[in-house]
Design a protein around this ligand. Structure first.
Ligand code: FE
Ligand code: FE
Ligand code: ZN
Length: 284
């Protein structure tokens, strides 16, 4: 069975998200750890988490995905912005351990004019500092559309972050297993990877450069903009430049089998329920 869900509001807590997911036919979901524009996170409500964990066991909810705030930028040229990124991620990763064994996704960042190489160095420096060998959470780099000075616009840049992170580590080899990649279909198409007409080639390329074993999650979004536009505006499934047939090939591709899929399309709950049913229908 497809592991699929969508982005849900975390304002009412974990149990509420679990129930909402079940109500739309999802068996996973994504949520922001705090306000997407940054700021303080609410304290973890341990009773809510405990209720959620038993509810999800009962209802088959698995592999929830936390998303870091968009303002997190570990490779800004501004030192305060970098410091905020370190503090936020460290705090988020502590909170993630209340729901052990899940993934935490973040946008690698924007180098704000320092160049991609320096950006990659700063991102891996933060990861090296923040990740702990005893953590159960896997941290994911999201593939980016390449707008502005975004880092992570190519598989090579993502591989370079992972490689530099590994090189910096002295003791904890097991930390390498705590890092992976989340592939966003809108972002990679906008970045110039033709997953509509050449999905096999793109996935082979990903395997060659990053390694498919590093791929832990997929964001399913159609795009409002054409191929290689470097824009990053999500569209409903089948209503954008990727088209419905591309999504059938994606959710049924053997290289992606078993991965969790998360919708971040411009929808309310009923729209998500329809997209989930539609995509489930493709998988026998
Ligand atoms: Fe994202
Ligand atoms: Fe995304
Ligand atoms: Zn996006």
């Amino acid at each position: 069975m497809l592991t699929i869900g969508c982005h849900l509001s975390s304002s009412k807590g974990y149990l509420a998200m679990g129930k909402e997911a079940v109500s739309i036919g999802a068996n996973t979901f994504q949520f922001f750890t705090r306000n997407p524009r940054g700021s303080k996170a609410k304290a973890i409500d341990e009773a809510d988490v405990a209720a959620f964990l038993s509810y999800s066991k009962e209802h088959g909810i698995e592999r929830i995905l936390a998303h870091a705030p968009y303002t997190l930028n570990p490779c800004s040229k501004d030192a305060h912005t970098r410091e905020f990124a370190w503090m936020t991620m460290a705090d988020d990763l502590k909170r993630m351990e209340y729901t052990p064994g899940n993934c935490y996704n973040f946008h690698p960042g924007s180098h704000t004019g320092q160049g991609a190489e320096e950006g990659i160095r700063l991102i891996s420096e933060m990861l090296n500092e923040i990740l702990k060998p005893e953590q159960t959470t896997t941290v994911l780099l999201e593939t980016m559309a390449g707008k502005g000075t975004e880092v992570g616009r190519s598989f090579e840049e993502l591989a370079a972050i992972l490689e530099e992170f590994s090189n910096q580590m002295e003791q904890a080899a097991e930390l390498k297993d705590h890092m992976g990649v989340c592939l966003d279909t809108c972002h990679v198409y906008d970045a110039g990877y033709d997953i509509v007409d050449h999905l096999d080639d793109v996935l082979e390329g990903f395997d060659r450069v990053v390694g498919l074993s590093k791929l832990k999650a997929v964001h399913l979004n159609d795009s409002k903009n054409p191929f290689e536009s470097h824009k990053d505006r999500h569209e409903k499934i089948g209503e954008g430049s990727l088209g419905l047939a591309a999504f059938e090939r994606i959710v049924t591709h053997p290289a992606l089998a078993g991965l969790p899929f998360y919708l971040e399309t411009p929808n309310e709950l009923d729209g998500y329920a329809k997209e989930i049913a539609l995509l489930r229908g493709f998988v026998k």
